[in-house]
Write a new protein. Structure first.
Lengths: 363, 237
């Protein structure tokens, strides 16, 4: 385990009677990218402000390099960090002056500032804009300037608070790829806050899921996305279908689970009588019309139901269906949809592989 | 018409001849009003920043008082300053009535709410997340305040100009607390009142013209600075 660069302990943040944030522990390790994901209003930005020494918790302690962060050493710590927010928040000055601002605040001389800012303007593709006034920039250019301003500081920790969410998709994507490359090359310890699980998946070595002010799960990103520990996390990271069931019989590798409307086989070590939820991602459910051979007709686990709503979903179609009391969401490709012509109100058969099921135990 | 024309002609001659008394009055007016504006900046800018950036009990009351103060009639200020400085008044022992100091006190009371109110508006027009961002790239508190002032420089300049414009042109308070004593507390406005009353229109017009030129110069400077900023808008690429 790498060294913990920043550790938060027994944190409580309250505004009046409202609790914004409450958790026992969170660490950021040297060199890692930690993604913090959660819905709007979950307390993500507050958490980031605590880490960046921009806000004091109501209760709790924060340690940077194993030394407690206090208001008295706040400036010294802040000068080893840098933040980029959702808005670029540039001053009414040129791109260069904005990018150089943090270094000027640290009292560096002109030449060393030039030497540190210039490479970042080039690397972020905004060198040609260096004399432009900040307010004449496009959203993407402004956010690149804000990134240059942070990266020129060569910070020990970089905090990014949904830095790209207001941008249009092509700009967003280009910046995301550039930033990913830069972070990989520099190895800066980064905390990236986002409500977009794809961004978290792309960036995070580890992911922390923050919902309703509580840290519901923290772990390696792959692990969190594959094995959410509870229903709220499962829902947020894309397991839209959650079917309650009971284990009928079990052996060491697999179990037979009965749910309202059918049986399913799942893999894992379970005990007969255990109550659990079968969680499925939309892309892991195949939907077809009864009697028609679907591509996944070999799937062992099937349930019948009725299509409630069919919505175009990017390159896919999203089918929401009712199977008895269970609600189910499936994503099918456009060719498959056009071949099968599922309409709202149709009887359907939904099938899934046992290996695609993620089980959450009910307690 | 004859009266006005003759008046302007004489006023022009008076100005060209650099009449010692007119020149003295002009310089004295500038001294008093500059000192008053300077002091009201010292009080008004921090107060305006505080009101714009911090919430505290009594905040909206304070804002209301400042807003009322921005339209305070100079004669009312003159009245209360006179009462305080009157020989039997609370500050009578200081013997300040009918001195330039008394005039500066009255003008500060007129100007500082204007400066504070416009400063507050200037800082409220900044993005409320800007302080967090500046701290987030390592600004200390003094650096933060300086950067915010720099960012709000144009509306702040307007606040300074409005404060100066308010006091250079007021007559009621200067008359009451200064007493319009020749060679001691006579300023452009009080002198204009006096000369008009005596029927010396050419001198009154000359004084009035100087006042107009001063106000115009102040506005010209402000407009010039604003225009200079405007020119930096991007050319279409």
């Amino acid at each position: 385990m790498a060294e913990a660069l920043l550790t938060l302990r027994d944190i409580l943040v309250r505004y009046g009677p409202t609790t914004i944030l409450e958790f026992s522990s969170l660490s950021v390790h040297a060199g890692e990218n930690l993604a913090v994901i959660g819905p709007n209003g979950a307390g993500k930005s507050t958490l980031l402000r605590l880490m960046a020494q921009l806000q004091q918790p109501t209760q709790g302690k924060i340690y940077f390099h194993d030394r407690e962060a206090l208001p008295s050493n706040g400036l010294a710590i802040r000068r080893r960090m840098a933040s980029v927010f959702q808005e670029p928040l540039l001053l009414n000055a040129s791109v260069y002056d904005n990018a150089a601002l943090g270094l000027r605040l640290r009292g560096l001389d002109r030449r060393s500032i030039e030497g540190r800012v210039q490479p970042w303007l080039e690397r972020l593709g905004i060198e040609h804009l260096r004399r432009r006034r900040a307010r004449s920039l496009s959203g993407g250019e402004a956010q690149r300037t804000s990134l240059a301003r942070a990266l020129a500081l060569d910070p020990e920790m970089l905090f990014l608070d949904e830095p790209f969410s207001p941008l249009d998709p092509p700009t967003h994507e280009a910046l995301l790829l550039d930033l990913q490359r830069i972070l990989r090359e520099t190895g800066i310890t980064t905390v990236f806050v986002t409500h977009d699980r794809d961004e978290a998946f792309m960036f995070g070595d580890r992911t922390a899921v923050l919902i309703g002010g509580k840290l519901l799960q923290t772990g390696p990103t792959m692990e969190v996305f594959a094995h959410p520990e509870n229903l709220e996390v499962a829902q947020f990271i894309g397991f839209d279908t959650k079917i309650p069931g009971v284990v009928e019989s079990a052996n060491e590798q697999s179990a037979q689970v009965r749910f309202n409307g059918g049986y399913a086989q799942v893999f894992g070590d379970f005990q007969a009588g255990e109550e659990l939820f079968l969680c499925l991602r939309p892309e892991d459910i195949a939907v077809s019309l009864p009697g028609v051979e679907g591509p996944k007709s070999s799937a062992g686990n099937q349930l019948r139901g009725k299509a409630l709503k069919v919505t175009p979903w990017g390159a896919h179609y999203r089918v929401a269906a009712a199977c008895g009391e269970n609600r189910l969401v499936a994503l099918i490709t456009k060719p498959a949809f056009l071949g099968r012509k599922i309409a709202e109100g149709d009887e359907i058969v939904a099938a899934f592989e046992a290996s695609a099921v993620h089980v959450i135990k009910r307690n | 018409m004859e009266l006005i024309w003759e008046g302007i002609k004489h006023a022009g001659l008076l100005l060209l001849s650099r009449d010692a008394e007119v020149l003295g009055i002009t310089l004295f007016s500038l001294q008093v009003s500059s000192a008053a504006t300077g002091l009201s900046l010292v009080v008004g800018i921090p107060l305006g920043m505080l009101l714009a950036m911090k919430r505290f009990p009594g905040h909206s009351l304070a804002v209301s008082i400042i807003n009322t103060g921005m339209g305070l009639p100079p004669v009312v200020v003159g009245l209360f300053v006179t009462i305080f400085l009157w020989r039997s008044g609370p500050l009578g022992f200081m013997e300040l009535l009918y001195t330039p100091t008394a005039m500066i006190i009255a003008q500060v009371i007129i100007a500082f709410p204007i400066v504070a109110g416009l400063t507050m508006a200037a800082f409220q027009s900044l993005n409320p997340n800007l302080p967090l961002q500046l701290l987030g790239i390592g600004a200390s508190t003094p650096q933060l305040l300086w950067l915010l002032c720099k960012e709000a420089r144009l509306p702040l300049l307007a606040a300074i100009m409005a404060g100066f414009g308010g006091v250079i042109s007021e007559v009621g308070a200067s008359m009451m607390v200064g007493g319009n004593i020749r060679g001691q507390t006579r300023v452009l406005t009080t002198a204009t009142v006096l000369e008009t009353g005596k029927g010396n229109f050419e001198i009154a017009i000359a004084l009035g013209l100087i006042l107009l030129v001063l106000t115009f110069a102040v506005n010209l400077l402000l407009t010039h600075i604003q225009q200079r900023e405007q020119i930096r808008w991007p050319k279409p690429s």
